[in-house]
Every structure is written in C-alpha cells, then in structure tokens.
Ligand binder design. Structure first.
Ligand code: ATP
Length: 286
C-alpha cells in the first residue's frame, strides 16, 4: 500500500488543519505519526480513512482517492480515541459488525483479545469504562488485519500495564501479518522502539519524515565546558541548548562535530528529540 499526499490541504472554515502537505508512506512497516496538539494528525488520518474530502491537493492510496471508495476503505481500519462505536450497541454487536466490514477479520483472535481485556459480550458500549472502550478499539484494530491499520491515540484510560500489553500485541500482530500500521501518539517514549519510520507534522505541514535509524544517527547531544562547546558548535544547527553552572549542553541536528577532549557525546530519546524539533524557531531540512 502506498499513501501519497500531494499539496494536501484541508480547511475547516477558517481553520487550516493541513496546508500543502507532501508526504509518501508505504508499507509494510510500523510508522509513528507525531505532532503537537492541532498539528493535523487526526485530519490526515480521517482523510485516509475516507471520512471526508480534502479542500485541495491530492491524497491517494495505491493511486486511488479514498473518499467514497468503499472497496478501498474496507482495507483501512482507523481506530480513534473516541467516536468509533455507536453507544447503543453491545460489545458482541461491534465485533459482529466489524467482522462483516473488514474482509480479513480474524474471529478467533478477536475472541482471544476480548477475553484478554475481560470485555463481556453483552455489555453495552455506553456502559464501558474509558479503558474498556479503548480496549474494544484495540481489539477491532488488531483483529481487522486491515492492510492499513491506524491507531490514533487509542489508549485513553488504559492503565500502564494494559498499554504495555497493547504494544506487545501490536508487534506480535505485525510480525504475524506484516502491514502498514500507523500509530499516532503523544506517549512517544513508550512506543518509540516499535517505529521503523517517523512522520512529524507541524502546523499542518510535514516537518520531518525519517527512518528511526537515521533520526538516531542525525542527532548528537554534546556537553562540556560552555567555552569549548561554543567553540566547536559555531555555525552548527543547534536545536536545543542549556547552560548550568558553566556546563553547556547542546543538541545538534543534521550536523556533526569531531570528538573533542573534555566534551561528552550522547543520544537523546525520541520524545526529547521531538520536543526540540517542534519548538518554534527550530529549522531543519525535511
Ligand atoms: N471538525 C472540525 N471543525 C473545525 N476545526 C477542526 C475540526 N477538526 C479539527 N479542527 C482543527 O484543525 C486543526 C488540526 O486538528 P487535528 O485534530 O487534525 O490535530 P491533531 O494533530 O490530531 O491534534 P491532537 O494531537 O490535539 O489530537 C486544529 O486547529 C483543530 O482545531
């Protein structure tokens, strides 16, 4: 599956959710879709699932525009943090409806997950706790086996151990059935090890699309005496800088410096890197 956005723009009245977004994503792989609040992640994912049309530009999956293309949208399962299921249905109904909608649905796996997350078939959606509602979304997303499976912050209300179970299941499901899985999250450190690639949106545009490996290689945290750090980092692309008691720490992106006596070199977590890269005033080559 190849997703291609070309000058993709979506406005909600005066709100510019996506502006001239260009990005190409293909699978199978697990991709992290990151961005600060309001960056346009959900809008992009809903366009992919065919929920509505863009204002201008183009979005295709295998050269087909998803809006109103039911043969294509059956291949895409988007689980959001809310509004996935109608309140009046029971857990059993949701699983039945999903099994009819998604062509690669795995009934036995869905039942196994339902038992694992302790959801009762007779329970109505509107009586589920937040965590149980999220679990139902996770069950549908994983059992759908959809060639494009998307989770948009699907874990609201899930406790840490259930989230950890979700990450394990996601990886297991991917290994069993490699496909394009897009995971949009604010809990970056929890899942960063799953990502093969990372897409970061900033104010409706693409800030960065890199493999996790090149993100790791492309940055360096340098720390040491402020004077030495200043000397070696002149003219370099600094995305973060702090000084405390004469010791300076800077993070360089898309720039390297030679090993220098008295300085230490380290890596930062993806979450930290994300925070620095999305700060106002920081510029990088996309
Ligand atoms: N239905 C809507 N009507 C009007 N504006 C909307 C609507 N949905 C989203 N927006 C606006 O579009 C912009 C992008 O929103 P979107 O939900 O896509 O961002 P996001 O990256 O998913 O954010 P978050 O991380 O907070 O969920 C925001 O400014 C938001 O207010």
């Amino acid at each position: 599956m190849i997703i291609k956005a070309t000058n993709l723009t979506k406005n909600y009245r005066s709100e510019h959710a996506l502006s001239q977004l260009n990005v190409t994503i293909d699978g199978p792989k697990i991709i992290g879709l990151l961005g600060n609040n309001g960056a346009g992640k959900t809008t992009l994912l809903r366009l992919l699932a065919g929920h509505f049309q863009q204002t201008s530009g183009k979005l295709t999956i295998n050269d087909i525009t998803p809006f109103n293309q039911h043969t294509l949208t059956k291949e895409i399962c988007l689980i959001m943090e809310s509004n996935n299921f109608h309140d009046k249905f029971k857990v059993r109904d949701i699983l039945k409806i999903s099994s009819m909608f998604y062509p690669y649905w795995d009934h036995e796996y869905a039942e196994r997950l339902r038992n694992l997350f302790r959801l009762k078939p007779n329970q109505k959606v509107k009586t589920l706790s937040k965590g149980m509602y999220s679990a139902l979304g996770i069950i549908v997303g994983l059992a759908s086996n959809a060639p494009i499976t998307i989770f948009d912050e699907p874990y609201i209300g899930l406790d840490a151990s259930s989230r950890s179970t979700f990450y394990d299941l996601l990886l297991e499901s991917y290994q069993e059935n490699p496909r394009l899985i897009i995971l949009s999250t604010h809990l970056i450190d929890e899942v960063s090890k799953l990502f093969e690639e990372v897409v970061i949106l900033k104010q409706g545009k693409l800030l960065l699309h890199e493999t996790a490996e090149s993100l790791e290689q492309n940055h360096t945290l340098v720390s040491g005496p402020a004077k030495t750090v200043d000397q070696v980092t002149i003219g370099k692309n600094i995305i973060h800088s702090t000084t405390l008691l004469g010791k300076k720490t800077v993070v360089l992106y898309q720039d390297q410096i030679r090993t220098t006596a008295g300085l230490s070199f380290q890596k930062v977590s993806l979450q930290e890197l994300f925070v620095y890269l999305t700060n106002e005033g920081v510029t990088i080559d996309a």
